[in-house]
Design a protein around this ligand. Structure first.
Ligand SMILES: NC(=O)c1ccc[n+]([C@@H]2O[C@H](COP(=O)([O-])OP(=O)(O)OC[C@H]3O[C@@H](n4cnc5c(N)ncnc54)[C@H](OP(=O)(O)O)[C@@H]3O)[C@@H](O)[C@H]2O)c1
Length: 245
């Protein structure tokens, strides 16, 4: 897969990990389209990385996902890379307390329903390319959850499972299915400050991008690389360390 001649759509690509990938793809020569909800964030991204294209879209809304697919197919017919990166993280009160269920629903819709639906919407278009990729951004917490964010970890575990099925279904097509598995990385995920003790974004993005260009299918880093390769017994130990009694 030659990413330098690719046309890529990155959901949630105007900030954090998505924007870091957008910058690297653009620098390589790719045509890059990013989408997100906040207009001012999209405008910031377009100023920071001149030449990238922006589209306002809320991937939680089914109609907007369908509109995104038809707009992108019309305006960027050479599209051959979909990066399902948009994600949110909700830290709810303990399950025995009263919940705002709409926040759980939004998290499930953003992190799981949207990448599943967008994969199926874009797959027929991507199959017509000579080489193509669907890249899903999951999490090291897909393999070993932290119990105070049960919904988030469950969406990422399910996205990992979906990615395995998608890869198998598309194995005889030009579409490679890739999973990027970040560890805790310094972005604004979940709100400002919550990830300040994560891996520096540029360091993480450089390492991940190099492995993407090298053709790897599952790409972790640090903690998430250990998690994705861990045995069942090792995962039990990791769970105990992440969730002290
Ligand atoms: N940072 C970490 O520690 C970490 C670890 C593991 C996995 N990840 C995953 O990495 C991905 C990127 O997160 P990040 O850390 O880079 O955080 P981020 O900077 O907050 O990026 C998330 C992006 O998703 C977009 N987004 C959220 N809801 C959306 C919606 N309904 N429609 C369209 N776009 C939406 C946001 O833009 P708008 O708000 O403008 O819509 C934002 O640009 C996520 O899937 C996250 O779960 C991150």
């Amino acid at each position: 897969m030659d990413y330098s001649t690719s046309t890529a759509l990155i959901t949630g690509g105007a900030s954090g990990i998505g924007f870091a990938m957008a910058q690297r793809l653009k620098a390589l020569g790719a045509t890059v389209v990013v989408c997100g909800r906040r207009r001012e964030q999209l405008e910031w991204a377009a100023r920071e990385a001149p030449g990238i294209h922006t589209l306002q879209c809320d991937v939680v809304i089914q109609d907007e996902r369908e509109r995104l697919c038809s707009v992108v197919a019309t305006r960027f017919p050479a599209l051959n890379v979909l990066i399902n990166n948009a994600g949110i993280q909700h830290r709810p009160p303990p399950v025995l307390e009263r919940q705002d269920w709409s926040l759980w629903q939004r998290e499930i819709a953003t992190n799981l329903e949207a990448p599943m639906h967008l994969s199926s919407l874009f797959a027929p278009h991507l199959c017509r390319a000579q080489h193509a990729a669907i890249i899903n951004v999951s999490s090291g917490l897909a393999f070993s959850p932290i119990s105070f964010m049960p919904g988030y970890c469950a969406t990422k575990a399910a996205l990992h499972s979906f990615t395995l099925s998608l890869r198998h279904q598309l194995r005889s097509t030009p579409v490679s299915v890739i999973e990027i598995i970040p560890p805790k990385t310094k972005t604004d995920l979940g709100g400002k400050g919550l990830h300040d003790d994560g891996v520096p974004l540029e360091e993480y993005a450089d390492a991940t991008f190099a492995r993407l260009l090298a053709g790897e299918e599952e790409i972790g880093f640090g903690f998430s690389e250990i998690n994705r390769r861990a045995s069942r017994e090792e995962l039990e130990g990791i769970f105990a360390r992440l969730n002290p009694r």
